[in-house]
Write a protein that binds this ligand. Structure first.
Ligand code: 5GP
Length: 188
């Protein structure tokens, strides 16, 4: 079997992100939501999603600190945009166990916001260990490790244009460059 398998093509990403943008534009037609991207994986998705929207939005980001092994997360929300009374849309690359999202929702709940919804490009629903609402999702995916379009391997490959499943992680563990010909085919 191949070591890397493309699971969502550029064409599928473009089509689905544009659908999500349209849906959000309809649902928030009379409001100016604050889109808060969860760094770093949200970057390509966020950039494409906000441009697929046909309403005004505010854009902000937050970053997470993960306490290794414990599964606990902390949040550095450096919101330049005051959140009180605003409709907030969290923009996530992927929801896996759900632990990150649960923590974020709890922390944002302290800001007396008007409403909160999550848009996740990818949903690994079978791996969920805590119940958490995901109001908008791009694709349901299996439990393979994914890279590209925001998702990294040791800080690399976030800028690969499409999404790939790593079928054998030991290949990347022994040679981090093994995915480069797939991520950057024009450079081969
Ligand atoms: P959760 O708290 O839902 O388990 O974790 C979500 C985070 O785990 C994502 O934002 C992402 O950073 C990371 N993650 C989960 N699955 C994958 C994956 O398949 N590939 C990569 N690169 N990161 C993942």
């Amino acid at each position: 079997m191949a070591d890397f398998v493309e699971v969502v093509t550029v064409e599928d990403l473009t089509r689905r992100v544009s659908e999500l943008g349209q849906q959000l534009s309809d649902d928030y037609a009379d409001r100016v939501p604050v889109m808060i991207g969860v760094l770093n994986g949200c970057v390509p998705f966020m950039a494409d999603l906000v441009r697929a929207m046909e309403i005004d939005v505010a854009v902000d980001f937050l970053s997470l600190t993960r306490f290794d092994g414990s599964g606990r997360v902390g949040m550095a929300l450096d919101a330049g945009v005051p959140l009180g009374g605003r409709d907030v849309i969290l923009v996530e690359d992927i929801v896996d166990t759900g632990l990150t999202l649960v923590t974020l929702r709890k922390m944002l709940g302290l800001h007396e916001i008007a409403s909160l919804a999550t848009v996740a490009l990818l949903d690994k629903a079978p791996r969920r260990i805590v119940e958490v609402p995901v109001e908008y999702r791009g694709f349901e995916v299996g439990d393979e490790f994914l890279i590209g379009y925001g998702l990294d391997w040791n800080h690399s490959y976030r800028n690969a244009k499409s999404l790939w499943a790593v079928m054998d992680l030991s290949v990347l563990q022994s040679d981090a460059d093994a995915f480069a010909p797939f991520a950057y085919p024009a450079s081969v």
